[in-house]
Design a protein around this ligand. Structure first.
Ligand code: C2E
Ligand code: CA
Ligand code: CA
Ligand code: CA
Length: 386
């Protein structure tokens, strides 16, 4: 078996040893001690189910204590890579917290044993300091984002979406902007991702929706041709079971018809097909529309697409950018055709030139969005386009 057996009285590892593995104690008892001159101090006794020797493995430093079997013991060794690889993949904030606690623990231990701490090499120290700086900067930015939200400093802009055949602005996509007092504009790709790592995305999403409701009220209009606003919703928001009810309540309170709101779900989330089909059904039940965002970026399983009743496909800007290439043009034509066959509206994203717009018109693509039509605008400027 992979297990290790040690008999009562034997030493598993000694203070100062280089770490090779950690252990899970399966049976027996182990005493952990640290030396202080001639004297040995007991730090604790470990029993079945406890982990030992993990500290030195985590930061690759010499053992800070000696482990001696009090009874016959059975242990499962845990290779250092099992921790190291997970730590490398971990959130840098979590990694920095762990390492800073370990450092603190080690110096407390060194004091207790009256020994000097083994100093890490300059290289290790630099790498750790840099890791910690990155992590702290991230935490700081997150606090500032939370504050910006509280002070209502996030700005929701509206980017126009053109109905190509009528040359009329049919609706908008809401895109959120954050201008940091010192750093300047922070890309939403960055701050939304940061907010996504914690539940901060939920109040941000509610805030954006409230702003969108205000905008929809100001846009006004009634009937089927009234302009819509599309709202980006991320994975963690969709995990929140209360999200759609909150959205609906906000729409009702704002006196806005739910069909004027379109939820954009990015293609990478569609991998979880069951979940997305449930969300689409609930949106439709409440009267809201749903768009598949970034279509063609490589995540959609075409085998499932026919079962997902999206109202709109948003063709990723990558296709539009390369449309001057005949082969790419052929793909765009096929995507437009596919959307029509699925009875789905289609939006071309990232339209920047007259040529692209003309080509899209030829192909019968219904909607276009991009800098050529308009950048994401403050609400009053967006209203002026109607
Ligand atoms: P997205 O949903 O794919 O949004 C389209 C992005 O393309 C926007 O970037 C938009 O400004 C940009 N864009 C529009 N037209 C053009 C064009 O002609 N050329 C080029 N090069 N770019 C164009 P932005 O505003 O930086 O947003 C980045 C991403 O951040 C969005 O990608 C969306 O996924 C996310 N995001 C933005 N606001 C929100 C929000 O309020 N909530 C959530 N959950 N995500 C948001
Ligand atoms: Ca979008
Ligand atoms: Ca997106
Ligand atoms: Ca997109």
């Amino acid at each position: 078996s992979f297990r290790v057996e040690v008999s009562a009285g034997s030493v598993l590892f000694r203070q100062g040893d280089a770490p090779t593995s950690a252990f899970l104690l399966e049976q027996g008892e182990i005493e952990v001690t640290t030396r202080h001159g001639e004297e040995s101090r007991r730090l604790g006794v470990l029993v079945a189910g406890d982990l030992l020797g993990e500290m030195a493995v985590i930061d690759d430093s010499p053992r800070t204590a000696t482990a001696t079997a009090l009874t016959d013991c059975v242990l499962t060794p845990i290779d250092r890579t099992q921790f190291a690889e997970r730590l490398d993949d971990a959130d840098p904030v979590v990694r920095a917290l762990l390492l800073s606690q370990l450092t603190r623990y080690r110096s407390a231990l060194a004091q207790l044993s009256g020994q000097r701490e083994p100093a890490p090499s300059a290289q290790v120290r630099d790498a750790r300091a840099q890791d910690a700086a990155v992590a702290l900067d991230k935490i700081r930015l997150e606090s500032e984002l939370r504050e910006a939200l509280e002070r209502r400093e996030l700005e929701v802009r509206l980017q126009p979406i053109l109905e190509i055949s009528t040359n009329r602005v049919a609706g908008f996509e809401a895109l959120t902007r954050w201008t940091h007092p010192e750093r300047g504009p922070v890309s939403p790709a960055d701050f939304i991702k940061l907010a996504e790592e914690t539940s901060l995305i939920l109040p941000i999403g509610d805030y954006v929706l409230a702003e969108v409701c205000n905008a929809l009220r100001r846009i006004g209009g009634d009937g089927d041709a009234a302009p819509f606003v599309a709202l980006n919703v991320s994975g963690r928001q969709l995990d929140d079971p209360g999200l759609l009810d909150r959205f609906l309540a906000a729409l009702v309170a704002g006196g806005v018809a739910p069909r004027r709101l379109k939820i954009e779900i990015t293609e990478s989330l569609v991998l979880d097909y069951e979940r997305v089909s449930g969300i689409i059904a609930r949106c439709h039940g409440a009267g809201m529309k749903v768009a598949l965002d970034d279509f063609g970026t490589g995540y959609s399983n075409l085998g499932h697409l026919h079962k997902l009743e999206f109202d709109t496909l948003k063709m990723d800007q990558g296709f539009i950018r390369q449309m001057s290439d005949p082969r790419c043009y052929a793909i765009v034509r096929a995507i437009v055709g596919m959307a029509h066959s699925l009875d789905c509206d289609i939006v071309a994203e990232g339209v920047e030139t007259e040529l692209q717009l003309r080509q899209l018109r030829e192909l019968g693509c219904r909607y276009a969005q991009g800098w050529l039509i308009g950048k994401p605008l403050p609400v009053p400027e967006a209203l002026a386009l109607l």
